[in-house]
Design a protein around this ligand. Structure first.
Ligand SMILES: O=C[C@H](O)COP(=O)(O)O
Length: 335
């Protein structure tokens, strides 16, 4: 019985690999301070809503394997460590090309899938680009003095250009947290606008480092300013803050995205990142996304997980789904 319903959704999951409608990019707009300052966040209501999401049933349990496969296609498979080597990046790229064992995919009735992207530091971009030739998987580079974003402004801008030149098709920039903490929204807008310009055709994800922004209201306002400045995606965290992606922050950012869509007709992507390592947590994020932004956002063009170890746990859960047995986590090493 469970197999039957899984199969029907799993077939749908194969559609995930079909080209999605590519929408026009967010051109941005003039900074609208009235709109920015009107953004508020009722922390207790947000926490209550975020706390209830895990218990809801928006993703049917017997369709879990299909949702986990979908989650894989939305992972920015990441390595951002000081000891990264070309060998580690090449292994990660091989994993991005074939994130799930073919026998498991066969058993689930699905064709080949890939992760959404590979995410690395600038120095590793050429290695990743070479390792992914012909796969269609984009390379994302973290840029602008990641993770603190405190290197000289000119160099941060140049870093973007260098990564684009090296073949990165997505640039994850970090914003200057101080602009948010001092309420200098114009400076934040100008910074992101210039970074967006430097990205050229590469898509820009703006990392808010929400764990360092002081309040959910600041998260809401910073999200709006980044979108007004032309962000293609807004992303929670670098993975290096002491608090990274959380459900309350995700709720606030998703609602800012909804607000922006309702007023401009432009869909902005969302990327929770940092500390998401369990398949069950990924499902909760997808449930929240579906409930807050709807099915249109359930595509790698509009949603990514920034994660270094989530894939291993998802693969383990899929193996359990097919064989009824769990394998050891070490068998799912990423790099
Ligand atoms: O942007 C991605 C994050 O750095 C990944 O964080 P993680 O290693 O906690 O999964």
């Amino acid at each position: 019985m469970q197999r039957e319903s899984d199969a029907s959704v799993t077939n749908r999951s194969a559609d995930m690999q079909l080209p999605q409608t590519i929408e026009a990019r967010n051109p941005g707009m003039a900074l609208d301070m009235d709109w920015v300052m009107s953004a508020q966040a009722n922390t207790s209501a947000i926490e209550r809503r975020a706390g209830s999401i895990g218990a809801r049933r928006s993703l049917k349990k017997d369709h879990q394997a299909a949702w986990l496969l979908k989650a894989i296609t939305m992972i920015d498979l990441t390595t951002l460590a000081g000891d990264d080597t070309p060998g580690r990046v090449r292994r990660l790229c091989a994993k991005a090309r074939q994130p799930v064992r073919p026998d498991l995919l066969d058993a689930l009735g699905v064709g080949p899938i890939t992760t959404g992207a590979i995410c690395v530091y600038h120095e590793m971009v050429p290695t990743a680009v070479e390792a992914l030739v012909g796969s269609g998987i984009p390379v994302a580079a973290v840029s602008t003095g990641f993770p603190a974003g405190l290197s000289p402004y000119r160099l941060r801008i140049m870093e973007i250009g260098e990564s684009v030149k090296a073949g990165a098709r997505e640039i994850d920039i970090v914003i200057s947290r101080r602009h948010v903490l001092t309420g200098d929204w114009q400076a934040l807008y100008d910074e992101v606008r210039e970074m967006r310009r430097e990205c050229g055709d590469a898509h820009i994800k703006t990392i808010l480092a929400t764990g360092e922004l002081g309040s959910l209201r600041n998260v809401a306002r910073a999200s709006l300013v980044c979108m007004m400045a032309g962000a293609d995606f807004i992303k929670t965290s670098t993975g290096k803050e002491s608090v990274n992606a959380t459900l309350p922050v995700s709720l606030v950012m998703m609602r800012a995205i909804r607000d922006y869509f309702e007023r401009t007709g432009i869909r902005i992507g969302y990327k929770p990142a940092g500390g998401i390592s369990k398949a069950k947590d990924a499902l909760v994020y997808l449930a929240l996304l579906k409930e807050e932004l709807g099915d249109d956002w359930l595509t790698p063009h509009l949603f990514r997980f920034g994660a270094s170890s989530l894939l291993g746990d998802i693969e383990r859960q899929l193996e359990h789904h097919v064989t009824g047995q769990y394998s050891a986590l070490w068998r799912h090493a990423m790099g």
